[in-house]
Design a protein around this ligand. Sequence first.
Ligand code: COA
Ligand code: MG
Length: 298
Amino acid sequence: MTGSIRPRRSVLYMPGINQRALEKAKSLAADSLILDLEDSVAPDAKEAARNLVCTAVKNGGYGDREVIVRINGLDSGWGQDDLKAASVSGADGILIPKVGSAATLNAVADAMRAANAPETMQIWAMLETPHGILNAEEISALSADPSTNLTCLIMGTNDLLKETRTLFVPNRYPVLTWLSMAVLAARAYGLDIIDGVYNNFSDEEGLQKECNQGRALGFDGKTLIHPAQLALCNEIFTPSDDEIEWSRKILAAFQEPQNAGKGVITVEGQMVELLHAKIAERTVAIAQAIENRQQAAA
Ligand code: COA
Ligand code: MG
């Protein structure tokens, strides 16, 4: 089980035109990196950013951080060339912005095959438009289609606010339903899903609240925009010592001879069912995967 789990607690964006950030990312404690060619790059800089990003990825040095290139939409003037270049860059995956339907991702998968992308190259999809949320289920269902290597969904909350005319408020109640619909779709089809960004990178308290909320909503991690956000986010999306200890107790209790074959038992005065053992298994596995990564990086 551990082998199939990839921690994606912290997913850091950087503008593809920012060479210093591309370099700095090699030493940052992010689980995944998104090298952006889309919204953070001005139209005049699109081609230069594409070259910088693809060269950086080819040259490597990112260790076991997952490297994802966010391309411009295929219907933009740059998307087709971005996709061709990213497909053979050696990146772990390509992130598609503003995905509104499964058809968009099928076209991406076809274009990646035509561009000789490796079969293992992942597709990540941004949900950040009304259609993206309304069609989250058909988009997520592509994970069952082996010709489309969709592995992860990313919430694009800034675009979602813009498209829906909702307001940013600290507890995010205007968008909570959409966040939860997206999590539900991801879970229905076994995909990872990462929460949107918190723009005010000087506000640690606000970030902490949003990370805690994101974790409670079921997200696997959060997208970030600044290195200062990494430590807190990693901490919140790592199972706590108490959670790990409790999970181990549950697993050990089900192993005891007197509990063999039981579906429900008592642990420290609490009812624990086999479904809690499943949750505990995942908690222990993700904690182990995080520890393995930390040991490999040390
Ligand atoms: N990834 C990697 N490194 C980053 C970074 C990022 N997202 N953001 C900042 N850094 C680096 C800077 O290059 C600088 O490095 P240095 O100390 O080696 O010079 C250091 O971290 C401190 O940066 P700071 O001066 O505090 O920030 P800034 O004013 O240069 O940039 C932003 C602020 C918001 C413009 C910048 O963080 C950024 O571009 N974030 C990502 C935006 C993005 O990709 N948006 C698209 C998705 S929403
Ligand atoms: Mg966006």
